[in-house]
Design a protein around this ligand. Structure first.
Ligand SMILES: NC(=O)c1ccc[n+]([C@@H]2O[C@H](COP(=O)([O-])OP(=O)(O)OC[C@H]3O[C@@H](n4cnc5c(N)ncnc54)[C@H](O)[C@@H]3O)[C@@H](O)[C@H]2O)c1
Length: 308
């Protein structure tokens, strides 16, 4: 098979590339290196079946060239941050909404079989009902969440109007090796791990009682591969299906690392949701998704990587 991974030089995209390469598929990484890094993909580029094209999903003519002969698209490329979207909503809209529309249009023009879209649990917003099910009314609280929900709608419409197979995966707080700890927009787990390894105090926004359904990146890869290989279409949660709060998370990381530091508490950030937990039955039933990593087993692999 020939697959394209947009955003393939990023954290999640590079793990999808790693698995496609292991399965010996022809794989093209398409990324503008906005937040992705060559070092994430260098080892896979040495394999003969993986190549890299630097470009933006906002460049439709280039997408049409690259997608020629592709069987499927893993569309991970995006400005992947709630606070970044609050700082610059137009840039997020351009990359995430116009970019996704371009990917779909190029895919239908090139006769691609299926497009998978990296959506997000943020589309649910702060609705109190847990666990989150795909048939709940979305309530986006940030430009980022709006961009992901809009992308989902475009996928559905391209399936109905043009017959392109499409599927959106709503990822819940993904973590693992290669996740960037340095940017001011970095996610909580890489920030906590790198701070604690340096004997520094990590910052928690709010009281630390907010909960998340943390999902190890290899389970996200499994969901992507199974979803691509199936005929399923629609919107699916991808998560581990248990939640822990940030105070518990920090304690768990300190236990695994063997270093204890006090936490710093700052005011809660706008656009952040309080609680998050997924119902994953739809993905289990439609394409056999079965998460294999607890937060603890995922953290052990992740911490080992950051130690290196
Ligand atoms: N990490 C999570 O917990 C999480 C949760 C929900 C959804 N997602 C989604 O999963 C996808 C991957 O996220 P990630 O955590 O790996 O983030 P990431 O920032 O590491 O990866 C995003 C990649 O997209 C690339 N990119 C950005 N703008 C682009 C453009 N215009 N054209 C081409 N490439 C572009 C970046 O350079 C980067 O390599 C994103 O779509 C994100 O919104 C991630």
């Amino acid at each position: 098979m020939k697959y394209i991974v947009t955003g393939g030089a990023g954290f999640i995209g590079s793990h999808i590339v790693e698995e496609l390469s292991r399965q010996e598929h022809e794989t093209v990484i398409f990324d503008n290196l906005f937040s992705g890094k060559m070092e994430n993909i260098q080892p896979f580029l040495k394999e003969g079946n993986v190549s890299f094209v630097q470009g933006s999903v906002t460049d439709l003519p280039l997408l049409k060239k690259i997608f020629e002969g592709a069987d499927g698209i893993f569309h991970e490329g995006a400005i992947a941050s709630v606070p970044r979207s609050i700082a610059n909503p137009l840039a997020t809209n351009e990359a995430n909404v116009t970019g996704t529309l371009n990917v779909l249009d190029a895919a239908r023009n090139c006769g691609v079989r299926k497009v998978l879209f990296a959506s997000s649990s943020s589309v649910y917003g702060n609705t109190p009902t847990l666990p989150k099910r795909e048939d709940m009314t979305p309530n986006p609280l940030s430009p980022y969440a709006v961009s992901k929900l809009t992308g989902e709608h475009y996928l559905k419409v391209f399936s109905e109007v043009y017959g392109l197979k499409t599927l959106s995966l709503r990822y819940f707080n993904v973590f693992g090796p290669r996740q960037d700890p340095k940017s001011e927009y970095a996610a909580v787990i890489p920030k906590f791990i790198t701070k604690i390894l340096n004997h520094e105090s990590p910052t928690i926004y709010g009281d630390g009682g907010q909960t998340r359904d943390f999902t190890y990146v290899k389970d996200v890869v499994q969901a992507n591969i199974r979803a691509m290989e199936s005929d399923a279409e629609g919107v699916f949660n991808v998560a581990y299906c248990k939640r822990i709060d940030l105070n518990e998370l920090a304690t768990l990381i300190m236990d695994i690392i063997g270093i204890t530091v006090p936490m710093l508490y700052e005011p809660a950030r706008t656009g952040d949701v309080r609680d998050s937990l997924a119902d994953i039955r739809r993905a289990q039933e439609a394409f056999g998704y079965a998460p294999e990593y607890t937060v603890k087993t995922g953290l052990k692999e992740t911490i080992a990587w950051y130690r290196k």
